[in-house]
Design a protein around this ligand. Structure first.
Ligand SMILES: Nc1nc2c(ncn2[C@@H]2O[C@H](COP(=O)(O)OP(=O)(O)O)[C@@H](O)[C@H]2O)c(=O)[nH]1
Ligand SMILES: [Mg+2]
Length: 296
């Protein structure tokens, strides 16, 4: 059992009161009253020998966070390369199960609820194949609207703030088609996230130490395959690339996709939506493997 002094934020059981190991808030009933981490996650963290690492997977609504995280957990659970993940507690399997269940039925999962107390959390023990390289991954599957709300008024969204303040690594997802076809909104969102990270982790002495993987999602929808993610970023999101270069000590651009082929369906009310016809994950584990080399 962990002692409170060595904990992320002094999380502990004291008599009947528990403080949240992630944000220091009071745990009452089924979750933390501040960051809404569910009691299962808090208990799971409190029973570990080493402090878990929070890794944020962030980006605007619809960028592909839920699909990315669900498939990442699935790939880790099977073991890929040197990386192998074991879910801690049944709650950690919920997201993976929902995403896989949807994709098997050739559907993308439902939209993540906006309310933080309805998010799925994951606690996964990750072995990296390197001695001493193993770590615990803890993350909620956040809604993009909540990330936007926190970027707009810092402190408004406690779960997102906790995640960005405590994270040992950050994956910033960027919609590739949005970058190519829809102007600068996607690039701006990523830049706002890095500015926010700097406001918390920046120092006058140097660059931000938190490693940041920048992931262009849904590359299966691109007409031309992207051979070099860094060159793509320099050409299509040059302000973002420069910002990373100036402010981040460790950053790397990646391309990812989950669907190998998609189709469009029109429902009975005339709404059009995308369905995955084939699941062919690419570039999902690479960013995570890279982050795992740099998380401290
Ligand atoms: N073509 C393609 N579409 C994707 C992929 N991942 C997500 N999408 C689309 O993006 C939508 C939003 O994905 P989701 O993971 O829910 O995004 P979130 O809001 O960031 O969690 C899905 O409903 C799909 O239409 C992918 O790998 N390929
Ligand atoms: Mg989502």
């Amino acid at each position: 059992m962990y002692t409170s002094s060595s904990y992320l934020d002094g999380g502990s059981y004291t008599g009947t009161q528990t403080t949240c190991p992630l944000c220091g808030g009071l745990v009452r009933g089924t979750s933390c009253t501040q960051c809404f981490a569910p009691i299962e996650v808090i208990q799971s963290i409190l029973t570990r020998q080493t402090p878990p690492r929070l890794v944020g997977i962030l980006g605007p609504s619809g960028v592909g966070k839920t699909v990315y995280l669900g498939i990442l957990l699935d790939l880790l659970s099977h073991g890929i390369g040197q990386l192998h993940g074991i879910a801690r507690g049944p709650f950690s399997l919920n997201l993976q199960r929902q995403v896989i269940f949807s994709l098997e039925r050739q559907r993308f999962p439902d939209k993540t609820p906006v309310e933080a107390d309805r998010w799925q959390w994951v606690h996964c023990e990750v072995a990296t194949g390197r001695k001493g390289g193993e770590f615990d991954l803890v993350t909620p599957d956040v809604a993009g609207e909540a990330v936007a709300a926190e970027l707009e008024s810092p402190g408004a969204q406690k779960t997102v703030r906790t995640l960005l303040s405590r994270c040992s690594g950050l994956a910033v997802l960027i919609d590739t088609i949005g970058v190519i076809a829809e102007g600068q909104a996607q690039e701006m969102f990523a830049m706002q996230l890095i500015s926010y990270l700097e406001s918390i982790h920046g120092s006058r002495r140097g660059k931000i130490e938190v490693p940041v993987a920048l992931i262009f999602t849904k590359v299966d929808l691109c007409d031309e395959p992207i051979a070099d993610a860094d060159a793509f970023a320099r050409a299509n999101a040059s302000a973002l690339w420069r910002m990373c270069d100036v402010r981040l000590k460790h950053f790397k651009f990646f391309c990812s996709s989950v669907a190998g082929s998609c189709g469009r369906i029109i429902d009975s009310e005339g709404g059009e939506y995308l369905v995955p016809l084939r699941v062919e994950p690419r570039g999902i584990v690479e960013p995570f493997a890279w982050l795992s080399l740099h998380v401290r």
